[in-house]
Design a protein around this ligand. Sequence first.
Ligand code: AMP
Length: 293
Amino acid sequence: MEIINRRQRMSSVARKIRREQDRTIGLVPTMGALHEGHLSLVREARRMCDIVVVSVFVNPTQFGPSEDFEHYPRDLTKDTAVLTDYNVDYIFAPSAEEIYPKDFSTYVNVEGLSEQLEGASRPNHFRGVATVVSILLNTIRPDFAFFGQKDAQQALIIRRLVRDLAFDTEIVVLPTVREDSGLAISSRNLYLTAAEQQAGSVIHRALAKAKESYKKGERHAGKLAELVRNTVETEPRFRVDYVSVVDAETLERLDKIEDRPILIAVAAYIGKTRLIDNTMLSKAKKDSSVAKA
Ligand code: AMP
């Protein structure tokens, strides 16, 4: 395994793999502090692709001024050890200056989708995500890139980005990996005490309740949202930022649920830590979650 810090080296290695060796490349973009959620993506990339590249980059442009960029957990040594076990071929770990040189001035914005849900609470967040993903896709030109359903809106935005700007990469979205308690695994869970992590399972329970209610025939979006909010708020340490019941493709808010896939997305604060989670409702009853591997 090689750790690459330079954009130019990364693109020349990737070019060689594609052109001279005719092998497929899978990219797993991450911000490091790797956990089972990331590793489920790495496993699938390993299964599907000849060469696996994992990028580890805490992307400054997707953090707001009062967010946790400075404190975001970083441990490249540990991440490298984990990825060695997973037989990853390359880690791309550039510095912020490498990705954003001094006179950097080109941003990518996926309009509409980026302003909903997370975008309403985190202005410019998805502009940062779309920009860095565009840079990664252009640098590496992977055949496949892997993302988690945990960040459902992000996955949707990236699919749209790739379609609109004709990136030659297939986007693969994999289910949310959870702790046994149901809490969606996240690097930000490291900020929580054991008791807070336990309390965090209420988010998944709330979503499961809404799903159950939907299965029993509830089609009123407001009622499902209220059920989720009320359930999360049974845990006094939580402050709900939003609960949204939206069309899973357009992210448009709904009153009445028709015969289309629905996304219920939640963001809630426990102390200063902001957690997000979601579930999909569809007639096919496809679950978007898996237990920890
Ligand atoms: P991050 O390092 O948080 O930017 O996440 C990198 C990728 O891992 C994104 O595509 C996330 O959606 C995905 N991811 C993060 N947590 C999970 C999880 N619990 N289950 C599945 N995928 C995840």
